[in-house]
Write a protein of this length. Structure first.
Length: 190
């Protein structure tokens, strides 16, 4: 049995925001297996909406931040809404992110993981994310929405000088099956 009924390949335990977002996403009406973005109800999302972020795909290598919840902005110290979604990724993570974002919309599927962010103040923040796809008004798979929640221990890792927020690494990442299977992405050799 899945942790969130209808989503498979999740770990045995996930955080409160991820669990609430997953349960809400599963409960939404679907069009060809994926909810429409315009069906999101912020009132029904009170438990996690402040921890929600969303990106929109314009082209396979062009994604834009469309929403950044206040809890995420407060956690990281930056506002990304309206900016290039890949500026947020460190150089080593950029190409991986492009492949993963497109795989999630093309398969379609979700993703769960533990990531390390570097906040605008220079500190490193370990967080958990659950990413799930949404359809645009025209029915195209164009949006990825996810929760960002600080790991329960709340630790901050030491870091050097203050820099803009960056996604430094994915210590753990897995695609989440929403009913269409998991993407087959060839592994690059180091």
């Amino acid at each position: 049995m899945s942790l969130v009924e209808g989503l498979t390949n999740l770990p045995p335990k996930i955080g409160a925001a991820a669990a609430a977002w997953g349960a809400y996403w599963v409960s939404m009406p679907k069009r060809d297996g994926v909810p429409m973005k315009n069906e999101l109800d912020p009132g029904a999302m009170r438990r996690f909406v402040a921890s929600l972020v969303m990106v929109e795909r314009h082209a396979p290598r062009r994604f834009t931040w469309r929403l950044m919840g206040t809890a995420v902005r407060n956690l990281t110290g930056v506002e990304l809404t309206g900016t290039d979604a890949f500026n947020f990724h460190g150089e080593r993570q950029r190409e991986k992110a492009i492949v993963a974002y497109n795989a999630q919309l093309d398969t379609p599927c979700g993703a769960w993981g533990m990531t390390i962010l570097r906040g605008a103040g220079g500190f490193e923040i370990p967080v958990e994310v659950l990413v799930l796809p949404l359809r645009a008004d025209d029915g195209a798979l164009r949006f990825l929405a996810n929760t960002v929640e600080r790991l329960p221990d709340g630790r901050r890792l030491d870091s050097a000088a203050a820099v803009d927020m960056k996604l430094l690494s994915w210590p753990e990442h897995r695609f989440v099956d929403i009913g269409f299977g998991l993407p087959k992405i060839p592994r690059r050799r180091a």
